[in-house]
Design a protein around this ligand. Structure first.
Ligand SMILES: Cc1cc2nc3c(=O)[nH]c(=O)nc-3n(C[C@H](O)[C@H](O)[C@H](O)COP(=O)(O)O)c2cc1C
Length: 165
């Protein structure tokens, strides 16, 4: 438990990436961690598009805020919601949140870094990644070897967040 908690604490958002490629098995492990996330009624409403091609990364970079991250990260994982699999907007979003947190931890555990970009929800981005009519873009996740060492991170104290009754 200590190890897991330490890794959860040490995970930080990475916003600058080295250009070296990321091994395919590492990306697969990240996707696998996402696949095993919990979801309401086990509907697994997430779908993934792994963007590796230089051309697509360039197109994405032109549309997404914080374009430098997309341009420099060797891989961007796009997380879509498969609308027919969903059943409740809030619970679908919660499930996708748990999926992405699993992915972020798998990224961190393998010495990689990533940034959750939630402001990329745009029909043009959906078109670039080939999202279907029955899919909705939720976020994009540039992934790569970190070119920065983010600080320790800050969190509110537990006493401020928790009430025992
Ligand atoms: C739902 C959500 C949306 C986020 N959107 C962005 C974003 O658009 N751009 C960005 O740089 N970071 C984004 N982040 C990363 C947060 O800024 C980051 O997780 C937070 O500041 C805590 O830092 P840490 O991840 O290093 O602990 C997002 C995180 C979440 C969970």
């Amino acid at each position: 438990m200590d190890t897991l908690l330490n890794e959860i604490r040490k995970r930080r958002t990475v916003r600058a990436f080295r250009s070296e490629p990321v091994e395919e098995d590492k990306i697969e492990a990240v996707l696998e961690a996402g696949r095993w996330a919990p979801s309401g009624k086990n509907t697994q409403p997430w779908r993934f598009v792994v963007v590796r091609s230089e051309e697509k990364r360039k197109q994405l970079g032109e549309l997404v805020p914080q374009r430098d991250m997309i341009a420099t990260a060797p891989v961007t994982i796009v997380v879509l919601k498969h609308i027919p699999s969903g059943y409740d907007e809030l619970k679908d979003a919660q499930g996708i949140g748990s999926c992405v947190q699993n992915m972020l931890l798998a990224v961190h555990a393998q010495g990689l870094g990533a940034c959750w970009i939630g402001r990329a929800r745009d029909p043009e981005v959906e078109a670039v990644v080939g999202a279907g009519e029955d899919e909705e873009l939720m976020l994009v996740l540039p992934v790569g070897y970190p070119a920065e060492e983010p600080g320790e991170g800050k969190r509110k104290p537990l006493e401020e967040l928790t009430r025992y009754i």
